[in-house]
Write a protein that binds this ligand. Sequence first.
Ligand SMILES: Nc1ncnc2c1ncn2[C@@H]1O[C@H](COP(=O)(O)OP(=O)(O)O)[C@@H](O)[C@H]1O
Ligand SMILES: [Mg+2]
Length: 411
Amino acid sequence: MIKTNENKISIRYNRPALANYQLDALFNDSRYGIVEASTKAGKTAACLVWIIEQALQGKSGQGFWWICPVYGQAKIAFRRLKAGLPRESYNPNESDLTLTLINGARIVCKSAEKPDNLYGEDVFAAVFDEASRAREEAWHALRSTLTATRGKVRIIGNVKGRKNWAYKLARKAESGEPGMSYQKITAYDAIDAGILSEDEIEDARRQLPDNVFRELYLAEPSDDEGNPFGMIAIRDCITPMSNEEAVVFGVDLAKSVDWTCVIGLDKENRVCVFERFQKPWNETIETVRRIVGNIKTLVDSTGVGDAVLESLQKDGRSNFEGFKFTSQSKQQLMEGLAVAIQKQTIGFPEGVIANELESFEYEYTRTGVKYSAPSGMHDDAVCALALAASMASKPVFEFKVYESSSEPIYW
Ligand SMILES: Nc1ncnc2c1ncn2[C@@H]1O[C@H](COP(=O)(O)OP(=O)(O)O)[C@@H](O)[C@H]1O
Ligand SMILES: [Mg+2]
């Protein structure tokens, strides 16, 4: 900051080194800049620079907004903004996530959870981060705050299916609508720019189902609306209920609201037993033991499931093994099932199982990919199927003694 005379203060600002795609995507004259990009390609970082520059060109009292789908992300953006600015250049208000810059302009970080709270103020420029994961109403609200000011906005995020406002807006921008710019950034662009490492991408490609990888790293929308298994792949696995004997079982235990679900697979990995019920624990234990007999069974042993597993194992029933659901173990379990479905090495009948698979969703979070049923729907059949498939793919160790009279004892 250099004071030149009584009324004029000159602010000197060094823009951090950004990749060309970051500059092209955001630092242009368009009023609406839409970016569909790989995760970790530097969307958020470049937009933080952009909003700071917008605010530094603003005037005292003017508001500049940063919007994220949930409050936790707004807090992270606030922390990153502070980290990117010299301490003497802003005044923070931690409770309303506002930074007042030396020129008096305010950068406010907000969550899109309650769109009604976004109405009412005049906003001079804004960023909507992770737009495809936020409600359309929040965009309508933000848009209204930019009307009087004719403020610019940058809308950034991963792609997530085709049924959301960010996808539709991106198609409009891509088709050359006046005032809009569009940029797609893949993980390979980020590798070329030295922001992402190739190893990391190859690891993600190996770990994730193909359609998930394509959305998250190649910015290619899936037709599966966030379904990790793939709609066509699910259909391709549908086969009538098998009449063969079960060789493995998966058991998902009812927790608060859902069902206990038992699924058996035959030696070809086709569903041959499918039972769902809601009973008190003692009856649940009895029923499961009756259905599975002495066949190998993987049981959800999370929380109360631990005690249930112990009861199942009573009297030396060693065919029961436990599986503890954590966000990480669930991710691995579901990815195993996704691979089986995509390779068609598993079969299941029409009805509850196929329906639950079709409505299953994944969501990218900071800690990994989260798999679950949409709120209000069940995933017990998906979990039981995944447990059975996991049990079926476990290697079997066989131990046999070959008597040999010619082997000398060497100890
Ligand atoms: N131009 C750049 N040069 C070096 N590192 C960068 C650059 N842009 C972003 N990064 C780094 O890459 C990582 C991911 O950036 P981020 O903006 O959080 O990605 P995204 O929002 O696309 O998931 C961060 O650690 C960030 O500091
Ligand atoms: Mg980001």
